[in-house]
Design a protein around this ligand. Structure first.
Ligand SMILES: Nc1ncnc2c1ncn2[C@@H]1O[C@H](COP(=O)(O)OP(=O)(O)OP(=O)(O)O)[C@@H](O)[C@H]1O
Length: 253
């Protein structure tokens, strides 16, 4: 049970944003992609989730090619993601934002929901209860009725994680989820990410905070200028001279 990206290349006009990169994420495993700004991390995410077209290579989910499937089909197959800069309607509440995450799982039709058939009401109730528990896991329950525009960006990122979790994913791709979070919020996020992995969810994490990576990731892939520089455990990566020079040295982390 894996997501396997093999020899993926993505080009934007003359720019090769990702060049022949491979990575594998198993269910229950936390894999991290690191690299300086512009090294292709988000583009690799976008290739896996179908937001950009690959020029070469293949992407498989649990053994089946998904390269030609649109993003919503990949979501339905259990691939959820968060965005570095989440975009929510500023006027919806935190609860409404997380409830959006359940829609791909809805079994009842829109018509059934509108006329409130018993099945649709029961489904709505189940989703609302699950939403409540996701909000409290991510310590967002006190903000449930606030509008998204009232939250600082760190918490907006947590709502984004909550929305992705609502989709009950097999694999979740988190794009810098800890950016802008206070230390205690980062710890709580790390705990939740670990818990997701323990429940069998594969996690792909783009993160600049190497302490968090060291704490969470079992495997790290380092990108530089779109290419894979090296891969290994956080300890192996952290002691590698090429990594220290490229990432820690130049990026000033
Ligand atoms: N839609 C796009 N059109 C053109 N070029 C793009 C596009 N998206 C990314 N790029 C280019 O591709 C390269 C890789 O960008 P990408 O955003 O994947 O890097 P990143 O490692 O995620 O960076 P950051 O840490 O700043 O988010 C960069 O040179 C970037 O300018």
């Amino acid at each position: 049970m894996t997501v396997r990206a093999e020899n993926v290349t993505v080009r934007f006009g003359g720019v090769t944003a990702v060049d022949n990169v491979s990575l594998t994420m198993e269910r229950g495993q936390i894999v991290s992609i690191v690299g300086p700004n512009g090294s292709g991390k988000s583009t690799m995410f976008n290739a896996i989730t179908g937001m950009v077209r690959t020029a070469a290579g293949s992407i498989q989910l649990d053994g089946a090619r998904i390269d030609s499937r649109p993003p919503h089909r990949r979501i339905a197959l259990g691939l959820a993601r968060t965005f570095q800069t989440p975009r929510f309607d500023p006027q919806i509440t935190v609860e409404e934002a997380v409830m959006c995450g359940f829609y791909p799982r809805k079994a009842c039709s829109l018509f059934a929901s509108m006329v409130r058939t018993p099945a649709a009401s029961a489904e709505e109730k189940t989703f609302r209860e699950r939403c409540g528990s996701i909000l409290s896991d991510l310590r967002l329950a006190p903000f449930r009725d606030l509008q998204m525009s009232e939250l600082p960006m760190g918490r907006v990122r947590l709502v984004e994680v909550a929305r992705a979790v609502a989709n009950d994913p097999k694999y979740i791709l988190l794009d810098e989820p800890a950016a802008g979070l206070a230390r205690d919020e980062q710890k709580m996020l790390a705990y939740e990410v670990r818990r997701l992995a323990d429940q069998g969810v594969g996690v792909l994490l783009v993160e600049h905070n190497f302490n968090l990576i060291r704490e969470l990731a079992e495997h790290v892939v380092v990108l530089k200028e779109g290419r894979m520089l090296l891969e290994g455990t956080p300890a192996e990566i952290a002691s590698d001279r090429a990594f220290i020079d490229t990432y820690l040295g130049r990026a000033g982390q």
